[in-house]
Design a protein around this ligand. Structure first.
Ligand code: HEM
Length: 414
């Protein structure tokens, strides 16, 4: 079967197709997407580091089309240098390890509160849908909290963000679904406009206030730039991490000995996360457009072409990793491609790793048993995003531990 990312049989397990592409046609025209897929690690680095030839400027318009909540300006993910650098500098300061070092207690509380909800809804043992009852709510709550969004709004947020992001598959939808996406796009913007006005008048210790009031190179961001940045962080930071969490448990499903090892020694969790990101990443490809005629690995690419660096393939490139098809948390660390490379390297890298680590620690503390019920996951219907749509898990809660005691563990009440 040829590599066709619109074929669900391919997207449910794209990895054998990537191996074939790397081996026989590393830069290949893909009819269904009308673009050139790039599957080797080194070629992908070349594309992602050369913004003059491979521009990001059509990323956002191509992804969201008329459903972009802030069409007046492009978000940084869809900007080339030098414009990109200005916004990135400001946003970067909020996401470097030093800035996010204060988040763990809050993130731990969020994870514990979600586990409390799971137990309140489902009892202390049974099954629950991990995707919808934990993984989908956890990152949106964290990002909303960091931005300064009212936590009570988190389910509306999740819903709006999912709808707006699903505009990427808009060609497949009928009028009713498109109307729903249009409404969510408007609601998301309206919410951010109101938040902007509130924080303009009364700044707080949150990112929206920082984006409004901080200066970049002597200038402040305009209102639409602030709205745009907030919405980009939500869109970039929610589904990606939700899917990463789901993928982790699909991997643990068939590896009970690894699960036991991680529970016995939580210090191994970061190596596990790193290997999950390599082995099965939640962002399978990114998008670029050529600004001039060019050639990559011997293949001529005309100006104006869509180019698709396959990040999921780079992570399995045999020239970079020994036995790439083997899941091995003890392998030497390499530079995984899951967060991209070059100027647009994911802003949320440290935050998403921190979130995932805390989520796993809390889940291992709070559940004696937590295991995906089914052998095979049902994968989402997307050619660029990857994650299980639902993940029924059997669970047994750890007796005697509640969110409140865990969340306040170590705090003296004198
Ligand atoms: C597992 C989790 C995540 C994955 C796999 C992921 C993946 C990526 C990738 C591949 C890119 C590069 C896009 C390109 O080159 O065109 C990117 C960029 C970006 N990501 Fe993430 N991301 C994750 C989590 C997050 C989080 C938690 C946030 C923020 C809260 C975030 C915010 C962003 C932003 C703002 C950019 C654009 C950076 C720029 O244009 O300079 N991401 N992400």
């Amino acid at each position: 079967m040829a590599y066709d990312p619109l074929n669900p049989a391919v997207t449910s397990n794209p990895y054998p197709h990537y191996a074939e592409l790397r081996n026989s046609s590393p830069v290949k025209w893909i009819e269904s997407l009308q673009g050139f897929a790039v599957s080797r690690y080194d070629d992908i680095v070349e594309v992602l580091r050369d913004a003059q030839t491979y521009s990001s400027s059509k990323f956002w318009p191509a992804l969201l089309g008329e459903f972009d909540p802030v069409p007046e300006v492009q978000p940084m993910i869809s900007m080339d240098p030098p414009g990109h650098v200005r916004i990135r500098k400001l946003a970067n300061t909020a996401f470097v390890p030093k800035s996010i070092a204060k988040f763990p207690p809050k993130i731990r509380d969020i994870a514990n509160a979600l586990v409390d909800d799971v137990i309140a809804r489902n009892g202390t043992s049974g099954t629950f849908d991990f995707t919808w009852e934990f993984a989908a709510l956890f990152p949106v709550t964290v990002v909303a909290d960091v931005l300064g969004v009212d936590v009570a709004k988190r389910s509306s947020f999740k819903h709006w963000v999912d709808d707006v992001l699903s505009a990427g598959n808009r060609a497949a939808y009928g009028p009713e679904r498109l109307a729903q996406i249009g409404k969510s796009s408007k609601d998301l913007r309206a919410y951010f406009e109101a938040l902007y006005e509130q924080r303009l008048a009364e700044p707080r210790d949150d990112l929206i206030s920082a984006f409004i009031h901080n200066e970049v190179e002597g200038e402040k961001l305009t209102k639409v730039e602030v709205l745009n940045l907030g919405i980009l962080l939500l869109i970039g930071g929610v589904e990606t991490t939700t899917n990463l969490l789901g993928i982790m448990f699909t991997i643990l499903r068939s590896r009970p000995e690894l699960l036991a090892r991680l529970k016995a020694d939580p210090a191994l969790i970061p190596a596990f996360i790193e290997e999950v990101l390599r082995y099965d990443t939640s962002v399978q490809m990114v998008f670029r457009h050529t600004m001039k005629d060019t050639e990559l690995n011997g293949v001529k690419i005309p100006e104006g072409s869509l180019v698709l660096p396959l990040l999921g393939s780079a992570n399995r490139d045999e020239s970079i990793w020994d036995k790439p098809e083997v899941f091995d948390i003890d392998r030497p660390r390499g530079q995984v491609m899951s967060f991209g490379n070059g100027a647009h390297f994911c802003l949320g890298t440290y935050l998403s790793k921190m979130e995932s680590k805390i989520a796993l620690e809390v889940l291992f503390e709070r559940f004696d048993v937590l295991r995906a019920v089914n052998e095979d996951a049902k994968w989402m219907d997307s050619y660029f995003a990857r994650g299980p749509t639902t993940l029924p898990m059997e669970f047994v809660a750890h007796a005697g531990k509640t969110g409140a005691t865990v969340a306040t563990a170590g705090v003296s009440h004198g």
